[in-house]
Ligand binder design. Structure first.
Ligand code: DC
Length: 219
């Protein structure tokens, strides 16, 4: 069975997907990690620009693989495990540039489909229920008001010892929303027939519980 969770940055979809997968005994497939792993691979090979012939040449030889080791998702590119690099600042900054490349998207689409069609998964992303797996059994769109998303990000950064003004965080999230909604390939949209859940005034447990009830009642 495939359950998709899409939504804007900061809506809590990864956290919710992980908790829901645990409750159902499914794999949690985080699609953003694949884009991050491809980016990490190119950074490691000193390629920082996907518009160069060198990139074009390399991407066609790339092989991407997902493995769950002790129930944690690991992403391999050409047999190298990039999992530890995925959240680095450099990967986060360059990932949006690599993730809009058509070759990158095609490679990742294929990997996502292959894994999800063979396993029970909760997969989160921005284009999963709309473009990658539109026939998934359950599709959710997790929304959240901008101020709450900025507040969550602020607290996350604070917990890491980083103090960033609220206004600056909010501006960045709004810019990210615009980018995600207006990109040429697979923009962020509410997938057809998706259940929309607004997490603004809900805890993670409440969101997971709503999803779980919908799944259990329809299964
Ligand atoms: O959710 P995240 O920050 O880990 O995503 C990393 C990057 O990958 C981000 O630039 C958006 C992109 N992405 C995408 O284009 N499609 C997805 N399904 C998931 C992520």
């Amino acid at each position: 069975m495939i359950i998709t969770i899409d939504g804007p940055a900061g809506s809590g979809k990864s956290t919710v997907a992980e908790a829901l997968a645990k409750k159902l005994g499914f794999y949690h497939f985080n699609s953003g990690s694949l884009y991050r792993a491809i980016t990490a691979h190119f950074i490691s090979n000193n390629i920082f620009d996907p518009s160069t012939p060198l990139f074009e040449n390399q991407i066609l030889k790339c092989n991407i693989q997902i493995k769950f080791l002790k129930n944690i998702q690991h992403v391999f590119v050409n047999n190298i495990d990039y999992t530890k690099m995925l959240r680095s600042l450099q990967v986060s900054e360059l990932c949006p540039i690599f993730s809009v490349n058509t070759h990158v998207r095609n490679l990742i689409d294929k990997c996502q489909k292959e894994f999800c069609l063979k396993n029970n998964v909760v997969i989160d992303g921005r284009d999963i229920g709309s473009f990658v797996l539109p026939n998934a059994e359950f599709k959710f769109y997790l929304d959240c008001e901008i101020d709450e998303r900025a507040k969550r990000r602020l607290n996350e950064l604070k917990a890491n010892g980083e103090i960033v003004p609220f206004k600056e965080i909010k501006t960045k999230i709004l810019a990210r929303d615009e980018f995600d909604k207006n990109k040429e390939h697979a923009p962020l949209v509410i997938p057809k027939n998706a259940t929309i859940i607004d997490s603004t005034h809900l805890t993670i447990e409440q969101v997971v519980d709503q999803m779980y009830q919908i799944i259990i009642n329809k299964k």
